[in-house]
Design a protein around this ligand. Structure first.
Ligand SMILES: [Zn+2]
Ligand SMILES: [Zn+2]
Length: 173
């Protein structure tokens, strides 16, 4: 499956991709690519700020209407541009690297989360096992208590019968 030659184009701040077509993306004069919601607007000077460089920048909406000087940066075959290939490759490599670093970071976070989940699951198994043991113990104790109460009651009854009505042997001593 051939990947789209523009699959690397993403907002450098929030990782919205051009191909998602959910946000307008801008090429800023600092060479960051930033989506519309991520560009900071300075109300006072009425200028755009790069959220990463924190400097005022000019912005160019990505698309077919871009000037040639911007368009070339997104060239499919940078080497075919004899004059600018170096700049184009540097630009594209920078953005691809940014993306692959983010993917690697996400992968390692995912890996960590999976390991934590496995730990939690094994903790949970221990807790469930203990709970089952306690349950058994509780049932055994309840039975024991029941038997004890029963015996106690019987003993009371018999001593009551012996000592009480009808003249017990004990009462005459
Ligand atoms: Zn963004
Ligand atoms: Zn920037």
């Amino acid at each position: 499956m051939a990947s789209n030659p523009l699959s690397w184009v993403h907002c450098n701040r929030c990782f919205t991709f051009l191909l998602q077509k959910t946000q307008k993306l801008y090429l800023l004069s600092c060479q960051h690519i930033i989506c519309e919601p991520c560009i900071e607007q300075d109300e006072v000077s009425n200028s755009s700020r790069c959220p990463l460089c924190k400097i005022d920048v000019k912005s160019q909406l990505l698309g077919g209407q871009m000037p040639e000087s911007c368009k070339i940066l997104f060239h499919n075959k940078p080497l075919s541009d004899k004059k600018n290939w170096m700049n184009i490759i540097q630009f594209q490599v920078k953005h691809r690297k940014h993306l692959s670093r983010a993917i690697a970071l996400t992968d390692s976070k995912l890996h960590e989360a999976k390991a934590k989940l496995a730990d939690l699951k094994s903790d949970l198994r221990v807790v469930i096992k203990k709970r089952d043991e306690y349950k058994k113990k509780r049932i055994a104790l309840e039975k024991h208590l029941q038997r004890f109460k029963e015996e106690h009651r019987k003993r009371n009854e018999s001593s009551f019968a012996e000592s009480g009505y009808g003249g017990s042997v004990l009462s005459r001593h």
